[in-house]
Design a protein around this ligand. Structure first.
Ligand SMILES: O=P(O)(O)OC[C@H]1O[C@H](O)[C@H](O)[C@@H](O)[C@@H]1O
Length: 281
Protein backbone atom coordinates (compact mmCIF):
# COMPACT_ATOMS: atom_id res chain seq x y z
CA UNK A 1 0.00 0.00 0.00
CA UNK A 2 1.11 3.56 -0.57
CA UNK A 3 2.85 5.11 2.46
CA UNK A 4 0.94 7.84 4.30
CA UNK A 5 1.87 10.23 7.10
CA UNK A 6 0.75 8.96 10.55
CA UNK A 7 -1.48 11.85 11.54
CA UNK A 8 -3.68 12.19 8.43
CA UNK A 9 -7.40 11.49 8.91
CA UNK A 10 -8.17 8.51 6.69
CA UNK A 11 -10.85 5.94 6.02
CA UNK A 12 -9.97 2.37 5.07
CA UNK A 13 -12.43 0.29 3.07
CA UNK A 14 -12.27 -3.43 2.57
CA UNK A 15 -14.73 -5.49 0.59
CA UNK A 16 -15.63 -9.01 1.79
CA UNK A 17 -13.52 -10.54 -0.99
CA UNK A 18 -10.46 -8.58 0.09
CA UNK A 19 -10.15 -5.54 -2.18
CA UNK A 20 -8.98 -2.48 -0.26
CA UNK A 21 -8.94 1.28 -0.59
CA UNK A 22 -7.85 4.24 1.49
CA UNK A 23 -9.32 7.72 1.33
CA UNK A 24 -8.01 10.90 2.97
CA UNK A 25 -10.68 13.16 4.41
CA UNK A 26 -8.47 16.02 3.26
CA UNK A 27 -9.66 16.55 -0.30
CA UNK A 28 -11.97 13.49 -0.28
CA UNK A 29 -8.86 12.04 -1.84
CA UNK A 30 -8.56 8.35 -2.75
CA UNK A 31 -4.90 7.45 -2.25
CA UNK A 32 -4.83 3.66 -2.54
CA UNK A 33 -6.78 0.95 -4.36
CA UNK A 34 -5.70 -2.67 -4.22
CA UNK A 35 -8.04 -5.16 -5.92
CA UNK A 36 -8.52 -8.60 -4.38
CA UNK A 37 -5.31 -10.60 -4.74
CA UNK A 38 -3.75 -7.76 -6.73
CA UNK A 39 -1.35 -4.86 -6.46
CA UNK A 40 -1.59 -1.15 -5.79
CA UNK A 41 -3.26 0.53 -8.77
CA UNK A 42 -2.74 4.19 -7.83
CA UNK A 43 0.45 6.19 -7.78
CA UNK A 44 1.17 8.36 -4.75
CA UNK A 45 4.34 10.42 -4.75
CA UNK A 46 6.65 9.66 -1.80
CA UNK A 47 7.41 13.41 -1.81
CA UNK A 48 3.79 14.48 -1.72
CA UNK A 49 2.76 17.22 0.68
CA UNK A 50 -0.15 16.53 3.04
CA UNK A 51 -2.19 18.50 5.54
CA UNK A 52 -4.17 21.73 5.54
CA UNK A 53 -3.86 23.64 2.30
CA UNK A 54 -1.71 21.00 0.55
CA UNK A 55 -2.54 19.39 -2.79
CA UNK A 56 -1.65 15.72 -2.66
CA UNK A 57 0.48 14.50 -5.61
CA UNK A 58 -1.11 11.23 -6.65
CA UNK A 59 -4.24 9.19 -5.98
CA UNK A 60 -7.44 10.76 -7.26
CA UNK A 61 -7.75 14.49 -6.55
CA UNK A 62 -11.29 15.80 -6.99
CA UNK A 63 -11.23 18.82 -9.30
CA UNK A 64 -14.12 21.29 -8.82
CA UNK A 65 -15.37 23.91 -9.79
CA UNK A 66 -12.60 24.79 -12.25
CA UNK A 67 -9.98 22.84 -14.15
CA UNK A 68 -6.38 24.09 -13.96
CA UNK A 69 -6.40 27.86 -14.45
CA UNK A 70 -9.53 27.95 -16.60
CA UNK A 71 -11.33 30.26 -14.17
CA UNK A 72 -10.73 32.99 -11.62
CA UNK A 73 -10.47 30.69 -8.58
CA UNK A 74 -7.73 28.47 -7.16
CA UNK A 75 -5.92 26.18 -9.61
CA UNK A 76 -7.95 22.95 -10.05
CA UNK A 77 -10.62 24.41 -7.77
CA UNK A 78 -11.20 24.16 -4.07
CA UNK A 79 -12.35 20.61 -3.36
CA UNK A 80 -8.90 19.00 -3.26
CA UNK A 81 -7.75 21.27 -0.43
CA UNK A 82 -10.74 21.12 1.90
CA UNK A 83 -11.72 18.70 4.67
CA UNK A 84 -14.56 16.37 3.64
CA UNK A 85 -16.91 14.44 5.93
CA UNK A 86 -17.99 10.83 5.98
CA UNK A 87 -21.75 10.53 5.49
CA UNK A 88 -22.02 6.78 4.94
CA UNK A 89 -19.82 3.71 5.24
CA UNK A 90 -21.22 0.24 4.54
CA UNK A 91 -20.14 -3.27 3.68
CA UNK A 92 -22.47 -5.38 1.54
CA UNK A 93 -22.34 -9.03 0.57
CA UNK A 94 -19.74 -8.35 -2.13
CA UNK A 95 -18.85 -4.69 -1.87
CA UNK A 96 -17.67 -1.88 0.38
CA UNK A 97 -19.05 1.62 0.09
CA UNK A 98 -18.03 5.03 1.34
CA UNK A 99 -19.78 8.34 0.77
CA UNK A 100 -17.95 11.59 1.53
CA UNK A 101 -19.38 15.07 1.41
CA UNK A 102 -18.08 18.59 1.04
CA UNK A 103 -20.41 21.51 1.55
CA UNK A 104 -19.73 25.19 1.01
CA UNK A 105 -18.52 27.23 3.97
CA UNK A 106 -17.03 30.65 4.51
CA UNK A 107 -13.67 29.62 3.04
CA UNK A 108 -15.13 28.09 -0.14
CA UNK A 109 -17.47 31.07 -0.62
CA UNK A 110 -14.50 33.43 -0.39
CA UNK A 111 -12.99 31.56 -3.40
CA UNK A 112 -16.25 30.79 -5.21
CA UNK A 113 -19.46 32.50 -4.08
CA UNK A 114 -21.97 29.65 -4.38
CA UNK A 115 -23.87 27.28 -2.11
CA UNK A 116 -23.10 23.71 -3.14
CA UNK A 117 -22.55 20.19 -1.91
CA UNK A 118 -20.30 17.55 -3.46
CA UNK A 119 -20.70 13.88 -2.74
CA UNK A 120 -18.06 11.38 -3.69
CA UNK A 121 -19.12 7.74 -3.56
CA UNK A 122 -16.40 5.10 -3.55
CA UNK A 123 -17.54 1.54 -4.20
CA UNK A 124 -15.24 -1.45 -4.22
CA UNK A 125 -15.89 -4.96 -5.46
CA UNK A 126 -13.29 -7.69 -6.02
CA UNK A 127 -11.68 -6.25 -9.17
CA UNK A 128 -13.53 -2.98 -9.67
CA UNK A 129 -13.48 0.53 -8.29
CA UNK A 130 -16.44 2.84 -8.93
CA UNK A 131 -16.20 6.55 -8.21
CA UNK A 132 -19.25 8.76 -8.48
CA UNK A 133 -19.19 12.52 -8.15
CA UNK A 134 -22.45 14.34 -7.48
CA UNK A 135 -22.79 18.12 -7.45
CA UNK A 136 -25.82 19.78 -5.85
CA UNK A 137 -26.68 23.42 -6.29
CA UNK A 138 -27.98 24.43 -2.84
CA UNK A 139 -28.30 28.12 -3.66
CA UNK A 140 -30.97 30.22 -5.34
CA UNK A 141 -28.89 31.13 -8.41
CA UNK A 142 -27.54 28.88 -11.18
CA UNK A 143 -23.78 28.25 -11.37
CA UNK A 144 -21.36 26.88 -13.98
CA UNK A 145 -18.55 24.47 -13.19
CA UNK A 146 -15.89 22.10 -14.51
CA UNK A 147 -14.93 18.88 -12.72
CA UNK A 148 -12.53 15.95 -12.96
CA UNK A 149 -11.45 12.82 -11.14
CA UNK A 150 -7.73 13.40 -11.68
CA UNK A 151 -6.62 9.77 -11.45
CA UNK A 152 -2.91 8.92 -11.17
CA UNK A 153 -2.66 5.30 -12.35
CA UNK A 154 0.49 3.51 -11.19
CA UNK A 155 2.59 1.86 -13.88
CA UNK A 156 5.91 0.04 -13.66
CA UNK A 157 7.28 1.85 -16.70
CA UNK A 158 5.51 4.67 -18.50
CA UNK A 159 7.30 3.88 -21.73
CA UNK A 160 5.69 0.44 -21.83
CA UNK A 161 2.21 1.88 -21.33
CA UNK A 162 -0.50 2.38 -23.93
CA UNK A 163 -3.86 4.15 -23.74
CA UNK A 164 -6.58 2.64 -25.90
CA UNK A 165 -10.00 3.84 -26.98
CA UNK A 166 -9.37 7.46 -27.98
CA UNK A 167 -9.23 6.81 -31.71
CA UNK A 168 -10.90 9.56 -33.72
CA UNK A 169 -11.19 11.93 -30.75
CA UNK A 170 -10.28 15.59 -31.01
CA UNK A 171 -7.95 16.95 -28.37
CA UNK A 172 -6.41 20.17 -27.18
CA UNK A 173 -2.68 19.83 -26.79
CA UNK A 174 -1.73 21.87 -23.74
CA UNK A 175 1.97 21.30 -24.38
CA UNK A 176 1.53 23.00 -27.77
CA UNK A 177 -0.32 26.03 -26.41
CA UNK A 178 -3.78 24.51 -26.84
CA UNK A 179 -3.35 23.46 -30.50
CA UNK A 180 -6.09 21.15 -31.73
CA UNK A 181 -5.21 17.61 -32.77
CA UNK A 182 -6.92 14.33 -33.58
CA UNK A 183 -5.94 10.98 -32.09
CA UNK A 184 -5.68 8.84 -35.24
CA UNK A 185 -4.26 5.61 -33.89
CA UNK A 186 -6.15 3.22 -31.65
CA UNK A 187 -3.09 3.09 -29.39
CA UNK A 188 -1.68 6.18 -27.72
CA UNK A 189 1.84 5.16 -26.78
CA UNK A 190 3.37 7.07 -23.91
CA UNK A 191 6.90 7.63 -25.06
CA UNK A 192 8.09 9.67 -22.11
CA UNK A 193 10.32 11.82 -24.29
CA UNK A 194 8.67 14.95 -22.91
CA UNK A 195 5.47 15.98 -21.21
CA UNK A 196 2.10 14.93 -22.55
CA UNK A 197 -0.90 17.04 -21.56
CA UNK A 198 -4.04 16.60 -23.63
CA UNK A 199 -7.68 17.40 -23.01
CA UNK A 200 -9.50 14.89 -25.17
CA UNK A 201 -13.07 15.70 -26.13
CA UNK A 202 -16.18 13.58 -26.50
CA UNK A 203 -14.50 10.42 -25.31
CA UNK A 204 -16.35 7.17 -25.82
CA UNK A 205 -17.53 5.44 -22.64
CA UNK A 206 -14.72 2.87 -22.51
CA UNK A 207 -10.94 3.31 -22.39
CA UNK A 208 -8.09 0.94 -21.73
CA UNK A 209 -4.75 1.36 -20.03
CA UNK A 210 -2.33 -1.45 -20.81
CA UNK A 211 1.18 -2.03 -19.53
CA UNK A 212 2.97 -4.27 -21.97
CA UNK A 213 5.21 -7.01 -20.58
CA UNK A 214 7.56 -8.17 -19.30
CA UNK A 215 6.22 -8.99 -16.71
CA UNK A 216 2.94 -10.09 -18.32
CA UNK A 217 0.67 -7.32 -19.52
CA UNK A 218 -1.56 -5.59 -16.99
CA UNK A 219 -4.75 -3.99 -18.17
CA UNK A 220 -7.25 -1.61 -16.63
CA UNK A 221 -10.58 -1.08 -18.35
CA UNK A 222 -11.94 2.38 -17.60
CA UNK A 223 -15.54 3.41 -18.11
CA UNK A 224 -16.85 6.97 -17.93
CA UNK A 225 -20.48 7.91 -17.55
CA UNK A 226 -21.54 11.55 -17.64
CA UNK A 227 -17.99 12.86 -18.13
CA UNK A 228 -17.49 14.07 -21.71
CA UNK A 229 -13.72 14.68 -21.68
CA UNK A 230 -10.59 12.85 -20.61
CA UNK A 231 -7.21 14.29 -19.67
CA UNK A 232 -4.02 12.42 -20.47
CA UNK A 233 -1.13 13.87 -18.49
CA UNK A 234 2.41 12.96 -17.62
CA UNK A 235 5.00 15.67 -16.88
CA UNK A 236 7.95 13.82 -18.45
CA UNK A 237 11.59 13.62 -17.35
CA UNK A 238 12.20 17.39 -17.08
CA UNK A 239 9.23 17.89 -14.77
CA UNK A 240 10.79 20.12 -12.08
CA UNK A 241 7.93 19.32 -9.67
CA UNK A 242 9.23 19.58 -6.10
CA UNK A 243 6.69 17.05 -4.79
CA UNK A 244 7.65 14.35 -7.31
CA UNK A 245 10.94 12.39 -7.29
CA UNK A 246 13.18 12.94 -10.33
CA UNK A 247 12.20 9.52 -11.73
CA UNK A 248 8.59 9.64 -10.43
CA UNK A 249 7.22 10.52 -13.89
CA UNK A 250 8.07 6.98 -15.05
CA UNK A 251 5.65 5.41 -12.62
CA UNK A 252 2.26 6.90 -13.41
CA UNK A 253 -0.02 8.26 -16.05
CA UNK A 254 -2.97 10.48 -15.32
CA UNK A 255 -5.99 9.41 -17.30
CA UNK A 256 -8.74 11.52 -15.86
CA UNK A 257 -12.49 11.49 -16.30
CA UNK A 258 -13.30 15.15 -16.80
CA UNK A 259 -15.87 17.74 -17.72
CA UNK A 260 -13.89 20.67 -19.08
CA UNK A 261 -14.81 21.85 -22.57
CA UNK A 262 -18.54 22.26 -21.89
CA UNK A 263 -19.01 23.79 -18.45
CA UNK A 264 -22.03 22.37 -16.68
CA UNK A 265 -24.73 24.98 -16.07
CA UNK A 266 -26.55 23.87 -12.94
CA UNK A 267 -29.80 25.65 -12.06
CA UNK A 268 -30.70 26.35 -8.42
CA UNK A 269 -31.82 23.22 -6.60
CA UNK A 270 -30.56 20.81 -9.29
CA UNK A 271 -27.91 18.07 -9.29
CA UNK A 272 -25.35 16.65 -11.71
CA UNK A 273 -23.82 13.19 -11.39
CA UNK A 274 -20.97 11.48 -13.27
CA UNK A 275 -19.00 8.27 -12.78
CA UNK A 276 -15.66 6.66 -13.48
CA UNK A 277 -15.12 2.93 -13.06
CA UNK A 278 -11.86 1.02 -13.28
CA UNK A 279 -11.69 -2.72 -13.61
CA UNK A 280 -8.63 -4.97 -13.59
CA UNK A 281 -8.96 -7.34 -16.51
O1 LIG B 1 0.26 20.24 -10.38
P1 LIG B 1 -1.24 20.18 -10.39
O2 LIG B 1 -1.87 21.51 -10.03
O3 LIG B 1 -1.79 19.10 -9.51
O4 LIG B 1 -1.66 19.85 -11.86
C1 LIG B 1 -1.22 18.69 -12.47
C2 LIG B 1 -1.72 18.58 -13.92
O5 LIG B 1 -3.12 18.51 -13.92
C3 LIG B 1 -3.74 18.28 -15.20
O6 LIG B 1 -3.49 17.00 -15.64
C4 LIG B 1 -3.33 19.31 -16.21
O7 LIG B 1 -3.76 18.96 -17.50
C5 LIG B 1 -1.83 19.52 -16.21
O8 LIG B 1 -1.53 20.65 -17.00
C6 LIG B 1 -1.32 19.73 -14.79
O9 LIG B 1 0.07 19.94 -14.81
Amino acid sequence: MNALPPNEALVHLQSPDGSRATVLLHGGHLVSWIPAGGQEQLYLSPQSRFGAGASVRGGVPVIFPQFAEQGPGPRHGLARNRPWQVVQQDRGRDDALLVLRLQDDEATRAAWPHAFALELTVRLTAQQLDLELAVDNLGDQPFDFQAALHSYWRVDALTHTVVQGLQGCRYQDQVAGGAEGVQHSSRLELLGQGPIDRIVHEVPGGLGLTEMGPPPARRLALAFEGFEDAVVWNPGPQHGLSDLPADGWQHFVCLEAAQIQRRIHLPAGESWVARQSARCV
